[in-house]
Structures are given as structure tokens and as C-alpha cells.
Design a binder for this molecule. Sequence first.
Ligand code: NAP
Ligand code: MG
Length: 498
Amino acid sequence: MNLLQVKQLKNFINGSWVEASTGDTAAVTNPATLETLVHVPLSSESDVKSATEAAKKAQKQWALVPAPQRAEVLYKVGLIMKERKEKLSQLLTMENGKVIEEARGEVQEGIDMAFYMAGEGRRLFGQTTPSELKDKFAMSVRAPVGVVGIITPWNFPIAIATWKSFPAIVAGNAVVWKPATETPIMAYELAGIFEEAGLPKGVLNVVFGSGSEVGESMIDQNDIRVISFTGSNEVGRGIAAKCGQRLKKVSLEMGGKNGVIVMDDADLDLAVEGILWSAYGTSGQRCTACSRVMVHEKVKDELEERLQREIAKLSIGNGLDETIKVGPIINRSGLEKIQNYIRIGKEEGAKLLTGGYIMENGNHKKGNYFAPTLFTDVSPEMRIAQEEIFGPVVSLIPVKSFEEAVEINNSVEFGLSSSIFTRDVNRVFAAQRDLDTGIVYVNAGTTGAEIHLPFGGTKGTGNGHRDSGVAALDVFTEWKAVYVDFSGKLQRAQIDVE
Ligand code: NAP
Ligand code: MG
């Protein structure tokens, strides 16, 4: 099967496939093989302007289409994605590196989101409420914001795009989307699917190019009323500052330093499985990846031993091979960042149990591979226990009590995901209350979000908004309060109340 029909991707603006005005392009590399897959356009502000103008024009008509009819397009998108699931998954593995089983999971997330948000076309609930005055009716409705700007990262190139664009579109907005330059193929495919599904031209526009050029100029467009961003903390802060000055609504989903708590009464087999999956899946390149384990001192030695035994069995390589469990790191600079944290961890006095190196021999020569790594005797203030590494590196932090574990869990700047393994129901409920993260798992690792629940985090992970679930609609709609007076006379609120 020839998956890639083109060598050169194009922007999708106003329903047409067009080259970037600059004529510049960049190579897109498969991180498992270092082969060039395609070339991606590097657009400029003028392309962003064309996309924004097209979106503005299209949105006026789109907002007038009844929401259940807008939803029909999403149903079709979901059906096409379902029919094309294997092709999309393989392309996703090729551009991003995640193993094929996980790629299928990510594409499925997009399919689920399509059907879920299509259902919203017949809900989009507001509230009706009594008026304080006689013969007066009051209600609130969700109104689209207009044109929305979406900026997405490389680590979930299709799922995150669906979390943002599907609710935006069903709510009657038009979209300008800048995908990560590392992983443009999923964006190219998804735009093509929208085209096939009959989305009117201009409702979804894709502009490829760098964050500093295309991303920044999206923020500069007055007609883009919302920016929904997922990516790093550093970039997110910069975007928030610029949006703040322009009074532009901004939704940020950023990093994590997610912890698993393993209590002395935990099912250790389950805990090991949960840690392995959430720490080394996607080679640790998930915002929700498990990066710390607060382990009760009574089970520390046993957990260390079992984890090392299981890590030794992980097969590392090209994720298109069904037997591979851990794929490559996205690029060379990702590898170097991880390597640097290994050095920092050693210098800080953490004990390296396994891994800790770039794999450069044999089958691993032609790709960006990092050995799954386990540190122990890590103390909570060490940098490897505080900062996001974004690689297959786990730090075991011994604890004496549940309370200490929760305190350490909450001591980082991020607040995305956390988990606890215990059989004690009292601790389960205390944990879900006390863990200061947007997502809490009980007897599971830190990954595995379902699309109909809100996704996002507290503290440095975000700015109070959520992706997916109905919560996503709050980002892409304005509340409008509507009062209908049918008394035939002027009734003044707060004054003419008997
Ligand atoms: P990143 O470097 O912040 O990039 C994210 C996106 O922002 C890319 O499309 C990037 O474009 C663009 N960008 C870069 N500079 C920009 C600027 N000045 N203005 C506007 N846009 C700009 O993050 P990443 O390395 O791709 O992704 C990894 C990070 O994302 C991690 O920190 C991870 O935790 C986080 N993440 C969070 C979630 C969540 O929901 N909480 C989910 C997944 C990932 P180019 O790369 O094309 O230049
Ligand atoms: Mg690449």
C-alpha cells in the first residue's frame, strides 16, 4: 500500500489546496528511520491572512446552518476516519514514531470525538430560567465566537486536533489551524477528510509553517477571536501574554510532571503494568506520561526489582513492527534534552537502575532511540523530579505515608494527571479529593483519557480551560443571555419587581 500519494504537502485555504506564498518548505522525517517522508510548506503572515479572511466569510454562513446539520458533516468525517483507520494509523506511526497499536488508539480517539461532537449538534444546551418579572422569558444560549485559531503539538497530531476543531465546528465557528511542523501529515489527511465530507469551503483552513511565523501571526489577526493551544509551557506563556494584550480569549493545555502513588497494599502486578504503560508508552512523550513514582518504602525494593525485570523485556524500534513496544523520540534535540536530564539526575545523586543512554548500535543506528530509564532514591526537590523531561525516564521517590506521597505529588509546578494504586477505599476517596491535578486515576497509570470527559490540568499545566468533553464548548462559544418581554409595557429589572 502506497500510503503517501504526494511528495509535497499544500495548505488548505478556502477549500483549495494551495502552495505557501513563500515557496519555502521543510523536510518531514520519520523518527524511526530518519527517512524523509514529504515536504511541508513554510507559510508566512500573508497565508495566515488569506486563511483568516476565508474563515471570516465562511463563518457567517456556517453559523446560520442549523447545528444538527453542521453535525451531519462530523458524522461523515467520523465514518471516513473509521473506514480509513488503518491507513491513518500507519501514517501517524511514520511521522510521529508512536507504535502502531498506540497510533490506532489515537485515531480511534478522533473517531470517538467525531461521533460525540456530532451528538452535540442536537444538544448544545443552554438554560431557560424564570424571569423576575411577569410576562417575561429568560434564557441563555451558546453563540459561536467566530473565527478560532488552533495550534497543536506533534505528540498527538490527530487526536488533539479533533478535540479542538470538532467542537469549534459543530458550535458554528470557522477554524484556522496550524499543525506542528514535525507532524503535518495527519493535518493534511484530516483536511482532506473534511473536504470529502462536504464541509463548506473556508470553514476549516490549514496553514503549515513554524510557530514563530504562522503561530505568532495568527495571534496578530484581529478576526481570530480565540486561540486554543496545546504545547510547551514556555511557548504557552508567550502566547498568553500576547493574547492578554489583545484581549483575546486563549485556552492553554501544556506540560505535566505526572506521578503514580504505589501504596503498601497495592496490587503490585497491576502497578507495574500501569507504570510501564504510562511511563514508556509513546516513549514518555505524552503530556500525561508517568514521570515520578511515589512508592511506599515497604514495597520499594520489590517494585524496583519488578520494574527492572519488565523494562528489560521491552522491545524498542520502528513502531510499524507489531512486536515493538517502545518507538523512537521525535527528533535529535528531544534525545539530547533527555540525555541532559540523565546527567543532571546523576549529578543530583539519584541512583540509575537501568537505561540512561541514546541507543546507537545495530537496529537503532538509523533512528532516534532512547533506552527506557529508571532512577531510584530520587528526592522530591531534584530537577529530575520537578521538570518535564518528555522521554522514557521514571524517578522512584520513596515515601513513608499516604500523606507524604500526596504532598510530594502536589509539590510540582504542573497539575495534569496523577494516579494511586491501593486497595483501601478510604484512601481512594481521599486521594481523588487531595491530588491537585485535572485528571486522577485509581488503580491505573496516568494515561488513558476518554474523550467525553474534560481534559486539562491545574497550576502551570493550563489557564483554567479544558479540552474535550462538553467543557471544550466553553472555549469555542460565548454565552448570550436573551430576555423576551411579552407584557407589552416597559418593565425595569430590579425596579418594577412587586
Ligand atoms: P511546542 O514547541 O510548544 O509547540 C506546540 C505548537 O506551538 C507547535 O505547533 C509549534 O509550532 C507552535 N509554536 C511554537 N512556537 C510558537 C509561537 N511563538 N507562537 C505560536 N505557536 C508556536 O510544544 P511541542 O514540543 O510541540 O509539544 C510538546 C509539549 O506539549 C510538551 O510540553 C507537552 O507536555 C505538551 N502537551 C500538552 C498536552 C496537554 O493537553 N496538556 C498534550 C500534548 C502535549 P512548530 O513546532 O511548528 O514551530
Ligand atoms: Mg519528524
